[in-house]
Design a protein around this ligand. Structure first.
Ligand code: FES
Length: 115
């Protein structure tokens, strides 16, 4: 899968909880939403004061920071709690028991679909 890296097995990820992964030396946070079961990946660094977002929670596809509860949409990393800040978000593909994450943020990915 060009432009993606396998980061975890499906069974590694508990719905509603985050997990930190490393891709090319960068920390990222992946989550499976408890209700929709959809997977999301964002930077593992809160732009407010630097908390690890993988230690936060996800509710209705919004990831909440563990320190001061800023919320970021899993889909695009936009802050939904009033800040103009956002975090990078990454494409996630689940294939069989494998979870793959894009190397580049969504807004920097080429238009083509993953192979
Ligand atoms: S460090 Fe994340 S909201 Fe403050």
């Amino acid at each position: 899968m060009h432009g993606f890296e396998m980061v975890a097995h499906s069974s590694d990820l508990e719905p509603g909880k985050g997990m930190v992964i490393r891709i090319q030396g960068n920390r990222r946070a992946i989550f499976r939403d408890f209700h929709s079961k959809r997977l999301f990946c964002i930077d593992d660094f809160c732009p407010h004061a630097g908390a690890s977002l993988s230690e936060g929670t996800i509710l209705h596809e919004v990831i909440y920071c563990p320190w001061h509860q800023w919320g970021f949409k899993g889909m695009d990393g936009r802050c939904v709690t009033g800040s103009i800040w956002h975090v990078d978000s990454f494409e996630v593909v689940e294939s069989g028991d494998s979870i793959w994450v894009s190397l580049e943020p969504k807004d920097k990915m080429p238009d083509s679909e993953p192979e």
